[in-house]
Every structure is written in structure tokens, then in C-alpha cells.
Design a protein around this ligand. Structure first.
Ligand SMILES: Cc1cc2nc3c(=O)[nH]c(=O)nc-3n(C[C@H](O)[C@H](O)[C@H](O)COP(=O)(O)OP(=O)(O)OC[C@H]3O[C@@H](n4cnc5c(N)ncnc54)[C@H](O)[C@@H]3O)c2cc1C
Length: 394
């Protein structure tokens, strides 16, 4: 019998497994695919998340493999207004006053390598969760694998199997919320954005050609995320990229498209994050549109608080009721902070707030952020507010 089975080898699952294994818990991770998914997805770790990576002992490696930066530009396409700022003011509250850029697959990879060297950790690839049953002593997990059907036992199960979570469905939990009528298209490309006046993180505010444009590797790979009508056929999204780029790419010169990925956006949250010995974390528990990069941020904060809680229960006999506290707090963070702010940012960047007084008010907030360091600090603290400590450590 394992202590914990983690279902899903995305960033949330791998970070959970690493935290638990390093604490001394026996952990087994099941991933349906043959390897880590490397399609272009989340790639920013806000300054506020670096303490958690540091605690896991992987911040330095994440910085070395990725790269750090702290400059932001909000660019209003129609008026040409430029609102730049950086994160230096954060030195008042942290030594990590920058973000790390690193593909989420590479974060998972860092964890995978460490887990593979640990005797109390096992990873089963091509092993898909198929169902579970709970009893007084533990959970029986059924899975399919290349060797045939598998049954595993654990004291606790973490469902970190993404937005379509089979664990959440198996628990019969509702995933209430809404799906946006637009599709996001995440593209990785090479283009000389800097000579076009863009900073390393540039939010292009426009009601038609809004975009989030971010340099994601030291070597000059950029992410350009834009939006299109979800009623357009998804099969032909790639054929429309050149037309979109003709509006989105500043400056001179051509581009090299490296990877692209279309995706539906939702605001949804599971009705509960804990059912008995099973908990949900990351996209399995909640999904948001990615404007502002709060999706994975919230998922990692879920598990920064989860692994010490489970470790305390398993290793020190802490009260299992702590898992309810964890679950309630994380759900409230998503519903009350993550989701509303991600929606407000989507409205700002991709719809220019519908123009008029609402746009002016949003821009006035950004202008104040540029000129007033105290206010900048206050606004930058938002992502720290998505964190909750482990209830076992209070
Ligand atoms: C195209 C795209 C672009 C994105 N861009 C951004 C962005 O720029 N910023 C941002 O903040 N967020 C972004 N997101 C969202 C971000 O990627 C997610 O928040 C993040 O992946 C959540 O991590 P996770 O580990 O919870 O889930 P996932 O990364 O989805 O990982 C779940 C894992 O579980 C596995 N799995 C699924 N079912 C089973 C099963 N039955 N058994 C075993 N394993 C299973 C999957 O194969 C997968 O490896 C993007 C998402 C997409 C799709």
C-alpha cells in the first residue's frame, strides 16, 4: 500500500509528488501518456511562487533552465499609449523580486528527474486512472496500463489529472461555471519583438487584436497568445495564424513559427476539493482563462499547501480534518480571487473593457501603477494573495 497515489503527471502532479517524496512519504504517480506533455502552455512563475520552489529545492535549477525577468509593458494598440513598469519595488518584501520563465513541461521534468532518483517514489507512464473505491483504510485505484488492468492501493489519492479530470468525474462532482465563446491560440515563435518596441512581457490592449506577448527563453523564443471566435473551425486555426500575425507582430522582419496550440477557455470550479481520502488540485479542481497567468499559479499554490498537510497527516498523525480546511480555503481563493481577476484582465487586454469610461478607469489604474511605487507594490502583491499556508503549519 502506498501512502499517496498522485493521478496526473502535469506540473501540479509532479510538484505534489516531489514535495511528498522529499518529506519522506511513499508516493506513486500515474500518468496516462508516455511522457510529459510539451505543448505550449503556462510558462511564467510569478515572483510570489518562488518561495515554494525554493522550499522544494528546485528554484535555482528552474532559474538556470529557464530565465528570469521583471519588465512589463501595457501597450494600448489604438492610442499607442505605453505603460511600462518593473518588479524592483518587490525588494521591500522578497529577495525574489522577479519572475521565472520556464515551460510547465520543464518544471515537471525537473521534478521527474529528482523523483526517479528516490527510493520512495514511483512513476507509472501510460497508466490511466479508470476508477476508485474508498474504504476505512484507504483507496483502491483501478488503472489501465500497457501490461493490462492494474489495481493499486493508497491511504490518500490526489487527483491532478487536469481540466477533464477522470478522478473528479468518478467522484461525481459538478464542475460548475462557464465556457467562453472565444478560443485562445497559444503560439511559440521567433520574431524581433524588441526592435518593434515590445518589452519582454507585453500586454497588447485591443478589442480586436489584444494579445499577451512574452519572451519565454533566453535564446529568443517568444509566446504570442491571441484570441479568435470559437465558432471558427478549430481544425483550420493554423491556417489563420499568418493573418493574425499580420496584426500582432510589431517591427520589421519575418517570423518563424515553432509551435502552436488552440484551446477552449473556461471559468469552472469543482463543487468540492475533497471527498474522503481523495483530493483534487490544479486544473482538476479549477480552470480559468490564462490572462494574467493565474491558472497554474493557483494550482501550484494548491499543492504548496497540500503536500505539507498530507505529510503531516501521514507522518505525524495530524488531524485529517486539516484536509477540509485546505480544500475550503483553496476553493475560496479560486472563486473569490483568481477567477474574478483573470476575467477582469481578459476584459482589459482582449476587449479593451468595451472602451469608454471603463477602459479609462482601467488605464488610470495602470498609469498610477507606473508612477507610484507604493501603489505598484500593492497591486503586485495580488498574486501573493493567492497563496494559503498549509493548515498543518499554523
Ligand atoms: C494550450 C494551453 C495554453 C495555456 N497557457 C497558459 C498560460 O499561458 N498561462 C497559464 O497560467 N495557464 C495556461 N494554461 C493552463 C495551464 O496549462 C494549466 O493551468 C496547467 O496545465 C494545469 O496543470 P495541471 O498539472 O493541473 O494539469 P495538466 O497540465 O493538464 O496535467 C494533467 C495531467 O494528467 C494526465 N491525465 C489526464 N487524465 C489522466 C488519467 N485518466 N490518468 C492518468 N493521467 C491522466 C494528463 O495527461 C496530464 O499530463 C494553458 C493551457 C493550455 C491547454
Amino acid at each position: 500500500m502506498h501512502d499517496v497515489i498522485v493521478i496526473g503527471g502535469g506540473p501540479t502532479g509532479f510538484v505534489t509528488a516531489l514535495g511528498l517524496a522529499q518529506a519522506g512519504v511513499d508516493v506513486c504517480l500515474l500518468e496516462a501518456e508516455a511522457g510529459i506533455n510539451d505543448s505550449p502552455r503556462a510558462c511564467v512563475y510569478h515572483w510570489s511562487m518562488l518561495d515554494g520552489l525554493e522550499r522544494l529545492g528546485i528554484r535555482e535549477e528552474a532559474e538556470r533552465i529557464g530565465y528570469t525577468k521583471d519588465d512589463y509593458l501595457w501597450f494600448v494598440k489604438k492610442s499607442g499609449e505605453r505603460l511600462p513598469y518593473d518588479l524592483k519595488v518587490l525588494s521591500r518584501v522578497t529577495r525574489f523580486n522577479y519572475n521565472i520563465q520556464l515551460g510547465q513541461d520543464r518544471l515537471a521534468e525537473i521534478c521527474r528527474r529528482r523523483l526517479e532518483a528516490m527510493p520512495n517514489a514511483a512513476i507509472h507512464w501510460q497508466t490511466a486512472f479508470a476508477g476508485l473505491a474508498q474504504d476505512a483504510d484507504g483507496v483502491t485505484v483501478r488503472a489501465t496500463s500497457p501490461e493490462g488492468p492494474l489495481e493499486l492501493r493508497a491511504k490518500y489519492v490526489v487527483g491532478a489529472d487536469g481540466a477533464g479530470s477522470a478522478v473528479r468525474k468518478d467522484l461525481g462532482l459538478a464542475f460548475d461555471g462557464m465556457t467562453w465563446p472565444e478560443r485562445f491560440v497559444a503560439t511559440n515563435l521567433r520574431h524581433d519583438f524588441e526592435s518593434g518596441g515590445y518589452w519582454q512581457s507585453t500586454m497588447v490592449v485591443d478589442d480586436q487584436w489584444g494579445a499577451v506577448i512574452v519572451k519565454i527563453t533566453r535564446e529568443g523564443l517568444w509566446r504570442c497568445t491571441y484570441m479568435e471566435d470559437a465558432a471558427l473551425p478549430v481544425e483550420t486555426y493554423a491556417e489563420r495564424i499568418p493573418e493574425a500575425y499580420s496584426h500582432l507582430l510589431p517591427g520589421e522582419g519575418g517570423y518563424e513559427l515553432v509551435q502552436s496550440s488552440p484551446y477552449k477557455m473556461h471559468q469552472r470550479c469543482a463543487e468540492r476539493f475533497r471527498v474522503g481520502r481523495v483530493v483534487l488540485a490544479g486544473d482538476a479542481a479549477h480552470v480559468t482563462n490564462p490572462t494574467g497567468g493565474f491558472g497554474l499559479t493557483t494550482g501550484l499554490f494548491d499543492v504548496y499547501a497540500l503536500w505539507p498537510t498530507l505529510a503531516a497527516i501521514l507522518l505525524d498523525g495530524a488531524d485529517t480534518g486539516l484536509l477540509d480546511t485546505w480544500a475550503d480555503e483553496r476553493r475560496a481563493i479560486f472563486l473569490e480571487r483568481t477567477s474574478p481577476q483573470a476575467c477582469a484582465y481578459k476584459d482589459f487586454v482582449f476587449h479593451a473593457c468595451g472602451g469608454g469610461a471603463k477602459l479609462e478607469a482601467a488605464l488610470e489604474g495602470m498609469r498610477r501603477m507606473v508612477r507610484d511605487a507604493d501603489y505598484r507594490l500593492e497591486r503586485l502583491m495580488f498574486t501573493k494573495g493567492l497563496e494559503t499556508s498549509s493548515p498543518a503549519e499554523r
